[in-house]
Design a protein around this ligand. Structure first.
Ligand SMILES: Cc1cc2nc3c(=O)[nH]c(=O)nc-3n(C[C@H](O)[C@H](O)[C@H](O)COP(=O)(O)OP(=O)(O)OC[C@H]3O[C@@H](n4cnc5c(N)ncnc54)[C@H](O)[C@@H]3O)c2cc1C
Length: 320
C-alpha cells in the first residue's frame, strides 16, 4: 500500500509531496487537467499562453527567500524585469518579482518531478476505517492509503472531510474571496516597455503584460486582467451566463490604456471562486494523529504562494 495520498497539485500539495517523497511513497491526485492549482498556466490555440492565477512571487520570510534563491540559481525561476506601473501610488517596499522561466507553474512542476500523480481525478469521497484511508474518485474507482493530505481551499475541505475535522476547525471563519480574471490578445502590436499596471479603478485592479515575461516573441500582445475585489464579488455568480461581465472588464482596460479596440483577437474569462483568504487562522497546518490526516494550504495563514509553501513545510515537520 502506498503511504500518502495527496489531494491537490498546487503550491501546498506539490511542496508536501516533494518533502514526503524523500522518505515515503506518495500518490498525488488533482481534479484539474494539469498541475498548479491557482498557480496554473492556460494554453490556448495559436500559442496564446497566460499565467491566469499567480503573477509573481516576492518572498518575505528568510526560509522562503532561501528556497526561491535556489530555484532562481537553478533557472526554474527568473526575475520579471521592466516597468511595473502603480497608479494607486501605494507605498510599498520595492522587491524582486520572481516568475517561472517558462510558466508560473514551473515551481510546481519542479516539485513534482518523479512523483506519481493523476490529473482529471477529482476525489469525491474519503473514508477512514481505523486502519487505512479509502478514497473514491469521481469515476467510482477506489484507492487505499495509510495517510491522507488535503490541500484544497477551506470550503472544499469542509465538504469533503467534515467527519474527520475537529469542531474548532469546522467553526473557523474563513472567507475566501473571489477574483474575476480575463485573458485578452491584441494583434499587430509593438513590444511595450510595460510589464504590469496597477490601476486606481473601481472595476479593473491589475493588468499583466504576458509578453514582458520574455518567454516568447510575438507581435500579438497578451494581457491578463484582474478585476477588483468589490467588482469580482458582485459578478462571480453571473460571469458564466452573462457575457457582459467579460466585455465590461475589457472595455475598461481599453479605455484606461488606449489600446485599439479593433485589434482585439482573443478573449476568455475565468472566475476564481476561492482565490484569497486575507485573514490568518491560528494554525499554519493541521495534523490529526487519530485519523492519519494532514491539512495544509494558503487559506490557513495568508493569501500568497509563500503562505502555501510555509504551511506545507510546517506539516512535513509535524509528520516527521
Ligand atoms: C487570480 C489570482 C492571482 C494570484 N496572484 C498571486 C501572486 O501574484 N502572488 C502570490 O504569491 N499569490 C497569488 N495568488 C495566491 C496563490 O495563487 C495562492 O496563495 C496559492 O497558489 C495557493 O496554493 P494552494 O496549494 O494552497 O492551493 P491551490 O493552488 O488552490 O491548490 C489546491 C488544488 O486542489 C485541487 N482540488 C480541489 N478539490 C479537489 C478534489 N476534490 N479532488 C482533487 N483535487 C482537488 C485543485 O484543483 C487545486 O489544484 C493569486 C491567486 C489568484 C486566484
Amino acid at each position: 500500500m502506498i503511504d500518502f495520498c495527496i489531494l491537490g497539485s498546487g503550491i501546498a500539495g506539490s511542496t508536501i509531496a516533494n518533502l514526503l517523497s524523500k522518505k515515503y511513497s506518495v500518490h498525488l491526485f488533482d481534479k484539474a487537467r494539469g498541475p498548479g492549482g491557482r498557480s496554473s498556466n492556460k494554453k490556448f490555440k495559436n500559442n496564446l499562453i497566460f499565467d491566469h492565477g499567480v503573477q509573481y512571487i516576492s518572498p518575505k520570510s528568510e526560509l522562503f527567500s532561501k528556497y526561491i534563491k535556489k530555484l532562481y540559481k537553478n533557472k526554474i525561476l527568473k526575475i520579471w524585469e521592466n516597468n511595473h506601473l502603480d497608479f494607486t501610488y501605494e507605498k510599498k517596499p520595492i522587491s524582486n518579482k520572481f516568475i517561472g522561466t517558462k510558466a508560473n507553474n514551473d515551481l510546481v512542476k519542479y516539485n513534482l518531478k518523479g512523483i506519481k500523480k493523476s490529473f482529471t481525478s477529482p476525489i469525491s469521497k474519503i473514508y477512514f476505517n481505523n486502519y487505512f484511508w479509502e478514497i473514491t474518485l469521481k469515476d467510482n474507482s477506489t484507492h487505499q492509503f495509510k495517510f491522507l493530505i488535503l490541500t484544497c481551499p477551506f470550503p472544499q475541505l469542509k465538504k469533503l472531510a467534515k467527519n474527520y475535522l475537529d469542531k474548532k476547525i469546522l467553526k473557523l471563519k474563513v472567507n475566501m474571496e473571489p477574483n474575476i480574471t480575463v485573458m485578452v490578445a491584441f494583434k499587430n502590436q509593438k513590444e511595450l516597455p510595460i510589464s504590469s499596471i496597477k490601476f486606481d479603478d473601481d472595476i479593473l485592479a491589475w493588468a499583466a503584460n504576458e509578453n514582458s515575461k520574455k518567454r516568447f516573441r510575438s507581435n500579438i500582445n497578451l494581457w491578463t486582467l484582474q478585476a477588483t475585489l468589490k467588482w469580482s464579488k458582485k459578478k462571480i455568480n453571473k460571469y458564466k451566463i452573462d457575457k457582459s461581465v467579460m466585455n465590461q472588464l475589457i472595455k475598461r482596460f481599453i479605455k484606461l490604456t488606449g489600446i485599439e479596440k479593433n485589434k482585439l483577437i482573443f478573449k476568455k474569462i475565468h472566475g476564481w471562486k476561492y482565490s484569497y483568504n486575507y485573514k490568518k487562522t491560528p494554525y499554519l497546518s493541521l495534523w490529526n494523529k487519530k485519523y492519519n490526516l494532514g491539512v495544509c494550504g494558503d487559506w490557513l495563514n495568508g493569501p500568497k504562494v509563500e503562505n502555501a509553501w510555509l504551511s506545507a513545510n510546517d506539516l512535513a515537520k509535524k509528520i516527521k
